[in-house]
Design a protein around this ligand. Structure first.
Ligand code: APR
Ligand code: PHB
Length: 389
């Protein structure tokens, strides 16, 4: 079997890249380790930057998002019993779109099926060969059979635990990592959101976030210990703890109900350099992870897809390799800025186990500066709505 681009991983990065390439007549195959249903059962963040919206439009998968998504012109930050507003629209001229990552992935799978695009599910033992030469190929097993696909390029969109990053030799690869001493416990509930806007709360009991998917579907998170398990938290205990972390008037308005999903995610910052090795390109979580505060994971994956798609397009349509040659450098320049914002926003809002009285005062001073200073709000808003590609 032969194709132009083998895409490893059928998460949002791989699917979006595939769809964009298909629209330009660039042949590709997506290899996914799990099933479609499994991929669509993962609940992830739900805030989309305008750059991602534009990519979805270009890939012709924006229809449902435009109809069912919610434009948000600002967000609230809660601290010391009150809230203050960051007006993204007034500060930057842009808003963000609240629409679940799971729905983006579903729309991409539906579009592939409609277009007859090829996804090979339940593949095992994926290996990338000769990525540093002119004729790479990918081998794998599927339903008991060994298979091989020859290609021009390999896009490693297989997430943090995938094989693509590991294919880059250690002598070339440099990894940067920071772990955080807490996790996020998240629930989804069929209740109306507590507010029209997202609320990010810094409280003495730890961080909390009030988010949403639609008028009757809410997503809430609280900072928890890394040793906690979802089973340790009854719904009642979750709601009680969330309320204690929100300003009184917000807690009073909170509508609670049974959770329909409950999970814990650790927080991590991670970057792998370079993002290209020969004919292999890393994209999305395969190359970098951000803590979820600020919802930059999917959006940073999307900026990689933008640079890689345009590089491949330039190569196939104009015979010019400039875009793919500079892919790693361009993608990483933006990745590091998203890393910085996610790290800063996380540091601003969480309680750290080893935080001193001085550290706490610094956090309060920074929140106070953000509350009262337009330049500080503008810097926050520009990052939140998404830096330009
Ligand atoms: N072979 C084939 N597929 C694989 C392999 C492998 N060896 N390893 C992993 N995969 C698949 C996973 O099953 C998953 O469906 O690759 C996909 C990677 O998807 P994601 O982890 O969602 O990563 P990505 O598409 O880059 O999306 C980035 O997802 O994790 C969030 O916060 C992140 O929002 C961001 C977005
Ligand atoms: C979410 O809705 O899941 C969400 C929103 C904003 C974040 C993180 C997660 O910063």
């Amino acid at each position: 079997m032969r194709t132009q681009v083998v895409i490893i991983g059928g998460g949002p990065s791989g699917l979006l890249l595939s769809q964009l390439l298909l629209r330009r007549g660039i042949d590709n195959v997506v290899l996914e380790r799990k099933t479609r249903d499994y991929v669509l059962s993962r609940i992830r963040a739900g805030v989309l930057e305008r750059g991602l919206l534009e990519l979805m439009r270009e890939a012709w998968v924006a229809g449902r998002m435009e109809r069912e998504g919610f434009a948000h012109d600002g967000a609230l930050i809660a601290h010391e019993g009150g809230t203050f507003h960051i007006d993204f629209k007034a500060l930057t001229g842009h808003s963000v779109m609240v629409y679940g990552q799971t729905e983006v992935t579903r729309d991409l799978y539906d579009a592939r099926e409609a277009a007859g695009a090829e996804t090979l599910f339940e593949v095992e033992q994926v290996e990338i060969h000769d990525a540093d030469g002119d004729a790479p190929y990918v081998s794998f097993r599927q339903h008991g059979e060994t298979r091989r696909i020859d290609c021009d390029f390999v896009a490693g969109c297989d997430g943090f635990h995938g094989v693509s990053r590991q294919t880059i030799p250690l002598s070339v690869r440099r990894e940067y990592e920071k772990t955080y001493p807490f996790g996020w416990l998240g629930i989804l509930s069929e209740t109306p959101p507590v507010d029209d806007e997202l609320i990010y709360a810094n409280s003495a009991r730890g961080f909390a976030l009030c988010s949403m998917r639609n008028a009757n579907l809410s997503r809430y998170y609280i900072q928890c210990a890394l040793s906690d398990k979802p089973e340790d938290w009854t719904d009642a205990a979750f709601w009680q703890e969330l309320k204690r972390r929100l300003p009184g008037e917000v807690a009073e308005r909170l509508v609670t109900g049974p959770s329909i999903e409950k999970s814990i995610a650790p927080l991590r910052s991670f970057v792998c350099e370079p993002m290209r090795w020969g004919r292999l390109f890393l994209c999305g979580d395969a190359a970098h992870i951000v803590p979820p505060t600020g919802a930059k994971g999917l959006n940073t994956a999307a900026s990689d897809v933008h640079y890689l798609y345009n590089g491949l397009r330039q190569f196939y349509e104009e015979g010019d390799s400039e875009g793919i040659d500079r892919y790693s450098e361009r993608a990483l320049a933006r990745v590091w800025k998203a890393e910085r914002f996610s790290w800063w926003f996380s540091s601003l809002l969480h309680r750290y186990p080893d935080q001193s009285a001085f550290d706490l005062r610094m956090q309060t001073a920074e929140l106070e500066f953000l509350r009262t200073n337009r330049a500080a709000q503008q810097a926050m808003a520009e990052n939140y709505v998404g830096l330009p590609y």
